[in-house]
Every structure is written in structure tokens, then in C-alpha cells.
Design a protein. Structure first.
Length: 218
């Protein structure tokens, strides 16, 4: 797709973007700064499409395979949390297995999901950690969402994110992650480095497809 002046980046707000792909009439752009790849705003799915897709997902809290998958985020997060930390599983979905794993390790975990655990008071507190597993690729307004996440963090708190990174070598057209109609923004390590810089977070990548960021202490 030829380079052209596209929409401003919804992740880092950098003006303009470059054409990345046109697949079946769905236009994708790439940010010149944070390297996020995102669906054209005109092609974003509506709430009914999203809800129908979400309800097809089967995430069993007790499924060993699902727990092994979530361990890529849970293990590095548990390695840095003080005992008895308070956290939020943001976008936990109908089967909050990650929250269960963190609770089993002795932490308290609140739940929030706009469809399955719509608990506005949980967004009015601050936490020692916030985790987002397979969530951020759904954000229609990522910059606003990450600002909200920053506001949920106490000084010194951790933000753990797991999403499939759009690394070099991925066949974007055939990539299963892109084919999910609710996945509208795709991240790279550079994307999280830019987000961390904008918010003043420290940033590391402790396991594949995981970003672990920390808000500075007062």
C-alpha cells in the first residue's frame, strides 16, 4: 500500500500515519512514531458485533492450557509484587482465570469488564497493579484507555499487558490475530516504549507478547 497521510495515531496521538494494508476493504495504518498498526476509524466494529464475538470465546478458569497461556503474564507480575498486593483485572472477560491465579498467590484482585463485570466503582480506586490480558487490541481509543489505566495505578504500581505483538515477519494478511473482527490495534515493543515514555513508566518485556510497566513512586 503506498505511503500517504492517514489518520493521527490513536495510541500515541502522533499526527498522520502511513498506509499499511488494504485487506478486503479494511484499511490499516501504521504510526510513524510508536509503530502501532491500527484499523481505519471508519471500519471500527460496532458494539453488537463486538459482543457477539466476545460471547464465542470460551475461557475456563480451571483449564490448564489456558492457565499456561496466562502464566506468561502472571509469572513475571508475581515476581515483582509485594505480598498481599491489591490489583485490578481490567477487561477480565467472562472467565477471569488470571485474577484467580493471582488470588491463589495471595493477592486481592477486583474485576472489571464492560460486558461481563461492569462495576464502575472498581474504576474509582487505585491499585498496586493492573493487568490486561488480551484486552488492549480491542481499544477503539487506546490513548484514552492507557490514560485511564495510568489513573488506576498508585505510585510505584505495575501495569502488565499481554497481547500478540505484530513482529517483523508476521504475515499480516493471514495472521489469525488480525482476522478477529474485534482486534483493531496491533502493538510492537516500540509501541509500549513510546507509551511508557509518554506516561513516565519504566518498561520491560519479560516474556513473549508481554509488556510490564511501572509507574514511578512518589
Amino acid at each position: 500500500m503506498p505511503l500517504c497521510h492517514g489518520p493521527d495515531c490513536p495510541v500515541c496521538a502522533t499526527p498522520g500515519s502511513d498506509g499499511f494494508a488494504d485487506l478486503g476493504g479494511r484499511i490499516y495504518w501504521r504510526c510513524r512514531c510508536c509503530e502501532a498498526t491500527f484499523l481505519d476509524p471508519a471500519d471500527l466494529p460496532d458494539r453488537s458485533v463486538e459482543e457477539a464475538e466476545y460471547r464465542l470465546h470460551v475461557n475456563d478458569v480451571d483449564d490448564p492450557g489456558y492457565r499456561r497461556f496466562l502464566a506468561r503474564l502472571a509469572e513475571p507480575l508475581l515476581a515483582v509484587l509485594p505480598p498481599g498486593s491489591e490489583g485490578l483485572d481490567f477487561g477480565c472477560g467472562p472467565g477471569p482465570a488470571l485474577a484467580a491465579m493471582l488470588r491463589e498467590a495471595g493477592h486481592s484482585v477486583a474485576l472489571y469488564d464492560p460486558l461481563f463485570f461492569d462495576d464502575p466503582p472498581s474504576l474509582e480506586r487505585r491499585y498496586d497493579f493492573v493487568c490486561c490480558s488480551e484486552v488492549v487490541e480491542h481499544f477503539h481509543k487506546p490513548a484514552d484507555a492507557f490514560a485511564q489505566l495510568d489513573g488506576l495505578l498508585r505510585p510505584g504500581a505495575w501495569l502488565g499487558v499481554m497481547t500478540r505483538f505484530l513482529d517483523d515477519g508476521v504475515d499480516f494478511e493471514r495472521w489469525h490475530y488480525r482476522r478477529d473482527p474485534t482486534h483493531v490495534v496491533f502493538y510492537r515493543e516500540q509501541t509500549f516504549r513510546v507509551l511508557a515514555q509518554r506516561h513516565g513508566w519504566a518498561c520491560a518485556f519479560p516474556s513473549p507478547d508481554v509488556a510490564l510497566m511501572r509507574k514511578p513512586a512518589d
